[in-house]
Design a protein around this ligand. Structure first.
Ligand SMILES: [Zn+2]
Ligand SMILES: [Zn+2]
Ligand SMILES: [Zn+2]
Length: 278
């Protein structure tokens, strides 16, 4: 399985387009790994997690043909995770020789509302190229060779936000963005099911800024504690690759600084374009 981080920023991206804070001003100059587009990840050529407005720039930046994607799993409806207007360009005069006739979008009820609006404005046969499947917490779904289990997370009380256990070809990933501290019942579930992760990616929006365990995001401290719990519960071991992801400009998320904070804990800060072979 080849996992690629396409975007690793929080909602505003880094540098944030409207922001004059010292961190954004410095990142505007430094560029490279310090620039973070909105969260999206790709597995092999056919599986996407989230679909922000930066999907277009990701396709260009990494020379991807998004028409090879069959499955889009959406964590929740916030605009940095789901902005499906560009999906209306998949067909007719806008796109030729499309590889996959049908894309299935998976998500919660709130994501479906946003999906329905985009689907409504699709013209002609483009509409037939999409279908929607509603996810339920703890109910595994089969998407081709992938088995995906959505797990509930604290983030936005107005909708059922998910993280995903993703399995393919004997490898298993836990991908979570936009989460507060994981629920005790999620730790228990993973322990009972004896799920072993080859790779784990966790929300580190707050970096070093203060956050409570009841909050809607985690920072370095939360990510370190989740890692410890997963190790203790034997969901991970020394071979598991740990990543932190989804960094806000408020945490000054330059790659150099994040590596200093996270590498001593055996956690790699993700950056845009980082590929992981599993
Ligand atoms: Zn987000
Ligand atoms: Zn800023
Ligand atoms: Zn969010």
């Amino acid at each position: 399985m080849k996992f690629k981080f396409l975007g690793t920023g929080a909602a505003e991206g880094f540098p944030a387009m409207y922001c004059g804070c010292a961190y954004c001003e410095a990142a505007r100059k430094s560029g490279g790994k310090d620039w973070r587009t909105r969260s999206q990840a790709m597995i092999d050529e056919d599986f996407l997690i989230d679909y922000p407005s930066d999907s277009f720039i990701h396709a260009m930046q990494y020379r991807l043909r998004m028409d090879s994607v069959k499955y889009i799993f959406v964590t929740h409806s916030h605009l940095d995770h789901f902005a499906p207007e560009d999906a209306t360009m998949r067909g007719l005069a806008f796109a030729h020789n499309i590889r996959e006739p049908l894309v299935t979008v998976y998500g919660n009820e709130a994501v479906k509302k946003v999906y329905d609006r985009a689907h409504e404005i699709m013209i002609g046969k483009i509409k037939d190229g999409y279908t929607y499947r509603l996810l339920k917490a703890y109910e595994p779904v089969q998407a081709g060779e992938y088995t995906v289990i959505p797990l509930p997370v604290r983030h936005d009380p107005n909708e059922n936000c998910y993280i995903f256990v993703i399995r393919k070809g004997g490898r298993t990933i836990l991908y979570g963005n936009d989460t507060g501290m994981l629920y005790e019942e999620v730790f228990e579930y993973l322990k009972e099911q004896k799920i072993y992760f080859d790779m784990v990616s966790l929300d580190c929006t707050m970096v070093e800024n203060p956050v409570s365990d009841e909050g809607s995001h985690m920072g370095v401290d939360g990510v370190v504690r989740v890692k410890a719990r997963l190790l203790e519960n034997k969901n991970a071991d020394g071979r598991t690759k740990f990543f932190a992801n989804h960094f806000s400009h408020n945490g000054n998320p330059t790659q150099e600084r994040l590596e200093k904070l996270l590498l001593p804990h055996g956690i790699m800060p993700a950056y845009d374009g980082l590929e992981v072979e599993l």
